[in-house]
Design a protein around this ligand. Structure first.
Ligand code: FAD
Length: 477
């Protein structure tokens, strides 16, 4: 029997119990285990994490195949001609094979944990400091809840409930379907919708409102809507009248009013519902702790109120991203161990905000983005990548970056962008943000030529010109 299958059946008495062996839970377990050997990691489902099994990694694998097809198709203006043929089985085979490889690394990590620290089953609080996991009772001085989230399907999909798929299902496909309707124009909907479109699948994306991926800045949103709307059939603020099973097939039919105001009915082989994810809180028995759902989780200790319960990862419904789940897990594990051993949690430090959607062009938010900057007075400067030198050379000259600065301290407050190499630009900007740099300090940094980063210099110069002219944006709060 391997560690991952071992199952202690006797009751346990531990300092720290971690519920959920995803990214956050594994980080919490490792942090707690550095402080105490009396720790248990409880997992109800399959080991391997959401990120590796059905999240970050397989979605980026699908996007990589789509990018390959897209670049071959788009080579013509360079004088390079390629005939593109998509082998759906080969695409999905690589996605699954590489996904399994990534999952394998996680399984190896779990395998290396001492088997007496692993417990399989669904954990539920039965009283403060005591969990039931099947027949096993676990007394714990502190508990870390790292149960992740799950796709959320709103009630309007009831009629097609037995026909729809969620993102988790996509990566199990053996072949690409002929057509897919994607509900949701958030990060997951746009990433998967655009990738499938580029892989030759007939796709139509329906968003509920005017939001695009993670973006909040109205200027960047508008640009992104125009870019994605020009490439693929996507209705933002979609007017969908009917979603129903197609009586002639195993697929679905959608009645909607298109962008031109024309009523249309389209049929699709597959309906992918990507309308968001919700924290896995049901059935955890958190009510026994005696705290209401309004009690906040402290972002520096991950402690829930004054209780001995800590939260980490997507279950917090705060920033559902991999690196945040890992950081929160480490903080929660350390804090929980401190709480168990010395009676008080230990605050950890958080990083500057960074969110990236791997669409093409990519979208990114740095710091708190527009939402945080616009809570107070701010100056926004921007670059339009349409005329940016290197972006034009590589024919990826679409998009905009908006950078925000404090009008008094000149400190860089954050940014939102859609454009070429946005995943890398966003990292530069996030590092500057975390270093608490002013826009003048950022402009004093080296910029090579010709690079897409020169676009950031243009935006910084625009911010500085506005700062010096004191043309302050209206307070949007
Ligand atoms: C399609 C997709 C693409 C994504 N792409 C990116 C990306 O590019 N970059 C990025 O940063 N993030 C991305 N994410 C988000 C990222 O995957 C998550 O933020 C991260 O995986 C959350 O980790 P977690 O530990 O909170 O949850 P999980 O990894 O889901 O772990 C939770 C675990 O808890 C277990 N569990 C639940 N309830 C119980 C219980 N009662 N008892 C015992 N065990 C329980 C579950 O079985 C699960 O194993 C993506 C997500 C999706 C869905």
């Amino acid at each position: 029997m391997t560690n991952a299958e071992a199952q202690p059946m006797q009751d346990m008495d531990v300092d720290v119990a971690v519920i959920g062996a995803g990214t956050a839970g594994m980080a919490a377990y490792r942090a707690a285990a550095r402080r105490t050997s009396k720790v248990v990691l409880i997992e109800a489902g399959a080991y391997g994490t959401t990120c590796a099994r059905v999240g970050c990694m397989p979605s980026k694998l699908l996007i990589a195949a789509a990018d390959a097809a897209h670049h071959a198709r788009e080579a013509e203006p360079f004088g390079v001609r390629a005939k593109v043929e998509i082998d759906g089985r080969a695409v999905m085979d690589r996605v699954r094979r590489e996904r399994d490889r990534f999952v394998g690394f996680v399984l190896d990590a779990v395998e290396a944990f001492p088997e007496e620290h692993l417990l399989r089953g669904r954990a539920r609080l039965v009283e403060p400091g005591e969990l039931a996991v099947g027949p096993v009772r676990v007394k714990a001085k502190a508990i870390v809840v790292a149960t992740g989230g799950a796709p959320w399907v709103p009630p309007e999909f009831e009629a097609i409930r037995d026909r729809l798929v969620v993102n988790d299902d996509v990566f199990g496909w053996e072949d690409l379907p002929s057509s897919v309707v994607v509900f949701g124009a958030g990060i997951i909907g746009l990433e998967l919708g655009q990738a499938l479109h580029r892989l030759g699948v007939r796709v139509h994306v329906f968003g509920r409102n005017d939001s695009v991926g993670p973006l909040r800045d109205p200027v960047v949103r508008e640009t992104a809507r125009a870019i994605f709307g020009a490439e693929l059939p996507v209705e933002f603020s979609a007017d969908v009248r009917l979603i129903a099973p197609d009586p002639q097939s195993s697929g679905v039919m959608v009645d909607f009013i298109d962008r031109e105001g024309t009523p249309r009915t389209e049929k699709f082989a597959v309906a992918l519902v990507a309308t968001g994810r919700r924290p896995n809180l049901a059935g955890l028995g958190l009510e026994v702790v005696g705290l209401g759902p309004d009690v906040a989780v402290d972002r520096t200790t991950m402690q829930w109120g004054e209780s001995h319960v800590f939260f980490a990862g997507d279950v917090t419904d705060d920033v559902p991203l991999l690196h945040e789940a890992a950081d929160e897990g480490a903080i929660a594990g350390e804090s929980a161990a401190e709480c168990a051993l010395v009676g008080a949690p230990r605050p950890g430090s958080r990083r500057s905000g960074l969110a990236i959607a791997f669409s093409d062009p990519a979208m990114a938010i740095v710091g708190g983005g527009w939402e945080a900057a616009s809570k107070g007075r701010f100056i926004a400067g921007q670059v339009d990548f349409g005329a940016q030198g290197r972006s034009r050379i590589i024919l990826q000259n679409r998009g905009v970056a908006r950078l925000y600065a404090d009008p008094v301290t000149r400190r860089f407050l954050g940014a939102e962008l859609v454009g070429p190499r946005a995943e890398h630009l966003a990292h530069l900007l996030a590092w500057a943000h975390q270093a608490a740099m002013t826009v003048d300090q950022m402009l004093a940094m080296p910029f090579y030529h010709p690079v897409v980063e020169e676009g950031i210099r243009t935006a910084l110069r625009d911010v500085v010109a506005r700062l010096d002219g004191k043309r302050v944006e209206p307070d949007a709060s």
